[in-house]
Design a protein around this ligand. Structure first.
Ligand code: PMP
Length: 359
């Protein structure tokens, strides 16, 4: 078997152990005589799978009992609309524009109410996290919205804004479970699964109960958090197989020592790569040092042809999907939870060798 090191930004690499387990259980899940793909979402087996996945996620993130955990569909994109549709009661929210995905979220929210963009880093192609000044926050906002990790640019918040009584809403799609977060600091967290949790098709929403107790009845049924919360994510047919694999990833993470241990490994991986980039004469990081992501490492050579050559040759060495997003160019190595330390070491080895050869 020839598995590559896959640095894709998402859908991304999954722990090999999880894939093996899914393979073992593919034809007959725990004596049920069928695959999870073939099960009724109302069966006792699937109920066990989704309950265990939720319990494990609660344990991993230390989610208090007054928060609901929902497994929904429509990707992170649908959350860009569901958040304002459900939470904009007074019709106003603060947003930080820290990248492409924040901007898309702002665009959706504007369809439903007044959006106050409190800060932006668009002036420097989102290469940093903008400074936030609480005196510019709207005291009467329904919520305050951030993107904790900016997948395309490789930046992340190292400290959360203090929004007082205004609930903090976070798109955590590209760094959920990668570092320790205090869930009580948030009103709502959402994350698409396809980077740090499992296959595409499911989006996890963690939301404080009181924020979803009331909803405008005109909001489409499928877009009401309340409906999904009341039905334990089984209002309609959920993405069963994706939820099952997320559950396997949660178990893998628990076995590894949970999020604190994962964070240590992620810091080690990022340090190996950033240290090399910082000392290289060829490669340069594109994100501001203080705001650099642990998950998405963005870098360039400064020469487009050399970038392309690097990406192509890396691929020939089994290091794939290193091409940067078109809006940044260069390279991006996504080193999510499931990327082993050896993968990062192999990448650095190759970068070293490439640099020596292309002086
Ligand atoms: N938010 C962030 C931070 C992302 O990285 C992405 C996808 N790369 C999205 C939102 C959009 O996710 P989806 O394709 O699941 O809608």
């Amino acid at each position: 078997m020839d598995r590559v090191y896959n640095f894709s930004a998402g859908p991304a690499t999954l722990p090999e152990e999880v894939l093996q387990r899914a393979r073992e259980e593919m034809l007959d899940w725990h004596g049920s005589g069928m695959s999870v793909m073939e099960m009724s979402h109302r069966s006792k087996w699937f109920e066990e799978i989704i309950k265990q996945a939720e319990a494990d996620l609660r344990e991993l993130m230390n989610i208090p009992s007054n928060y609901k955990v929902l497994f929904l569909q429509g990707g992170a994109w649908t959350q860009f609309a569901m958040v304002p549709l459900n939470l904009m009661k007074k019709g106003k929210a603060d947003y930080v524009n820290s990248g492409y995905w924040s901007k898309k979220a702002i665009g959706e929210a504007r369809k439903f109410g007044k959006v106050n963009v409190v800060a932006s880093s668009e002036d420097a192609n989102f290469s940093y996290i903008p400074e936030l000044y609480p005196e510019t926050f709207s005291k009467d906002a329904d919520y305050f919205y951030i993107t904790t990790n900016n997948t395309i640019y490789g930046t992340r918040y190292t400290k959360l804004p203090d929004t007082g009584n205004v609930p903090l809403v976070a798109d955590m799609s590209s760094n959920i479970l990668s570092e320790v977060y205090d869930v009580t600091k948030f009103g709502l967290i959402f994350a698409g699964a396809q980077k740090n949790m499992g296959p595409a098709g499911v989006v996890v929403v963690i939301v404080r109960e009181d924020l979803i107790a009331e909803v405008n009845p005109e909001v489409p049924t499928m877009l009401q958090y309340k409906v999904h919360a009341e039905n334990n994510s089984l209002f309609n047919t959920p993405p069963c197989y994706s939820i099952y694999v997320c559950g396997l990833v949660f178990q893998w993470l628990k076995k590894l020592g949970g999020v604190p241990e994962m964070q240590k490994i992620n810091e080690e991986k990022a340090k190996i790569l950033y240290d090399f980039i910082d000392n290289s004469n060829m490669f340069k990081g594109t994100a501001k040092k203080e705001d650099r992501s642990l998950m998405n490492v963005t870098f360039i050579t400064g020469n487009k042809d050399l970038d392309a050559k690097f990406v192509k040759e890396a691929e020939e060495h089994g290091l794939v999907n290193l091409k940067g997003h078109r809006s940044v160019g260069g390279m991006r190595a996504s080193i999510y939870n499931a990327m082993p330390v050896e993968g990062v070491k192999k990448l650095v080895e190759f970068m070293k060798e490439f640099e020596a050869r292309n002086k």
